[in-house]
Design a protein. Sequence first.
Length: 195
Amino acid sequence: MMKFHYPEGATPLDPNEIEGLIPTHITTRAELDRWEQDNINEALAWIEERKPKNILNESFIKSLHRRMFCNVWKWAGKFRQSDKSVGVPWHQIHTDLKLLCDDAKYWIDNKTFSEDEIAARFHHRLVAIHLFPNGNGRHARLMADILLEYVFKKRPFTWGKADLIKSGDDRNKYIESLIAADENDYGLLLQFVRL
């Protein structure tokens, strides 16, 4: 079994989750990242073909994660079944996700925030719930971009024009912006997403 080295702020997988790795020849984090990115590129093509609008529901959210990681992880598209150092207790995921989707629909219908702020808040809360064993940040960023592009008809976020998978200053700024959002301060996140 491969030993994973995680970038700062990443949530480690437990041994049962690691056993869900489909390509058994992977031995390094770089190989895993490449396989995951290839799978994500397939998901991006699927999104472009379908141009989804009905995205604020558990079915679509799980389907997107499955599309993003189905060639890499057996548990792709399935909610985590263990508690992590971040995220809600695993048994609250369904309830908290339903509440988030309902909140986002309300924000959209009532124009509670700007479209960018709705997408940023949705992204932040999705990350905070931490639905899946792995890929939560990438999944939540893509969900926010789908919301912007196909629901609001706006350009997706630039996400600091950075590779947020690897450790570094850009990832640190992203994590700092999420921590500020935990305190209901979305200023840093709104700056970062449109750099």
